[in-house]
Design a protein around this ligand. Sequence first.
Ligand code: PEP
Ligand code: MG
Length: 594
Amino acid sequence: MSDELFINKYLKGTGASSGITAGKVYLLDRGAISITKSTIRETQVEREIHRFKNAIQAAIDELGGIQEKVLDDDVKKHAFIIDAHMMILQDDFFSHSVVDAIKEEKINAEWALDMVTSKFLVSFEKVEDPYLRERGQDIKHIYDRLMRILVKGTKSDIEKRNVKGKSIIIAHDLSPADTIQLNLNKISGFVTDVGGRTSHTSIVARALEIPAVVGVSNITSLVKNNDTIIVDGDEGIVIINPTQEVQKDYIAKQLHLRSQRKELLKVAHLKSETKDGFKLKAGANIELLAEMDIVEKYGAQGIGLYRTEYIYLSRKDLPTEMDHYHIYRKLAENKTLEYITIRTLDIGGDKFVSAIDIPKEINPAMGLRAIRLCLRELPLFKAQLMGILRASAYGPLRIMIPMISGLDEVRKTKAIIAECMDELRHKKISYNKDIKIGIMIEVPAACMISDKLAQEVDFFSIGTNDLIQYTLAIDRVNEYVSYLYEPLHPAVIRLIKKAVDDAHAHKIDIALCGEMAGEPLYIPVLLGLGLDEISMNPYSIPRAKKVIRGLEQDYCRELVEEIMKKDSPGEAKTLLRSEMVRMFPKDFAKSNED
Ligand code: PEP
Ligand code: MG
């Protein structure tokens, strides 16, 4: 904690959950645990192993206790995250590694735990995928819990904090158990030292619509309880003890944002249709069942992309057919959505699932990823497909295959799906035999042969995040080349146009589910190109609908023709922006940035 009084101190982190809030700091600081490291005699080995095993049991009991005490339904929905921690604690690989270190190195349990965890964390830090890298935090939370039990021999939890009035929680990191123990009704914001957009704090904050900024390096050492703090979850900015003037500005911004949201929510459930009657479906991209409430609230017509990676990452073993089935059935049983697109596993290369043995690769983005891995690991692929098919008896599920680069992959996948259907038929288990099968168009090769691919499948969905990366040869997570990442690059627009035209020539629908779909600026382009559906983060849907409802598709077609004549993405963007400023002066006038 800081002794210094900071006035108007700006800090930058990652905006993890949208919205602005101002309030008093509630610092969750447990104080550091000091670890004694000591070597032991052979006769003490058993005692240390026993201490470690007792700590594991105590940690499992604590987590079980926390889960049971959760009464609030909203919070309960997120208690499943604790299961993942219990599973790691029960994982033989983890506990054997610590026990082996005690035996082999002749060191006390604390030191052994510290050594093993550091090794695990180093491996996680090397992972390029930010989502997976974040899972290292799970190991860190478990480490903290075990260490507190070992060192203090007492409970390792924050007590049910008596947060007075609305407060903003500042913590080094919040484990799922911490979050669940807090009285979330009294919390108006979260700020943490560590974490990214896919950390648990971020996921829970987004699902509960609480503004959050994560990864603000040393925020816990800079604030004191009762400091005033502003949290801007959209910009990823935190201001400690803002001046009256800054507070006034932010209050105005907050009120503006609130009234804008209120206004936008009125649009959320209106039709997603242009003035001249063209219907562009607006879907949601999600990765957790817990996000379904937001999907409905913000007016999605369907799920355009359900990323299934989290199902694999939140457990130590592989999910079974029945595990998949239960999740997808819950999605399918929803009564408000017209379609629910389950994307099969998009993992591999640099992305690590402990139960799958993936070779180390030099260039993982172009390696054994997604469908390539699934076609090699057939039991894993079939378990997921069987789960989707079983659940398809209960609602409008569709299957979507990522990273397709050739016809063979599609044909092989369809043959496997047919085998799965046969198996279900023999077992007399119902499924939707007409389930729609689609592919993601995210490798330039797929665009170049989209006429052929369109004859094989029921729908396309363009993944611009990857399509731009592979077309322009820009690593999507490399900050040095991010300036080249341009959705309006003529090469990208031509590829999208080709895929749309080929899809329509073969009478199949085509969606776009990359980040580009959630940017209002690009909507006239997507309308003009003739896409049938766009899918985005649920919060962006009302704004997208507002723009769609304010445009005419005929005009958008002409605009795309003009844009395609431009030599560079910069020129294209200038034209597009000036048109949007003209048509939506309130929404586009002020900003120069997109
Ligand atoms: C994409 O590539 O655009 C996409 C939607 O998939 P992901 O971001 O999961 O790779
Ligand atoms: Mg992709």
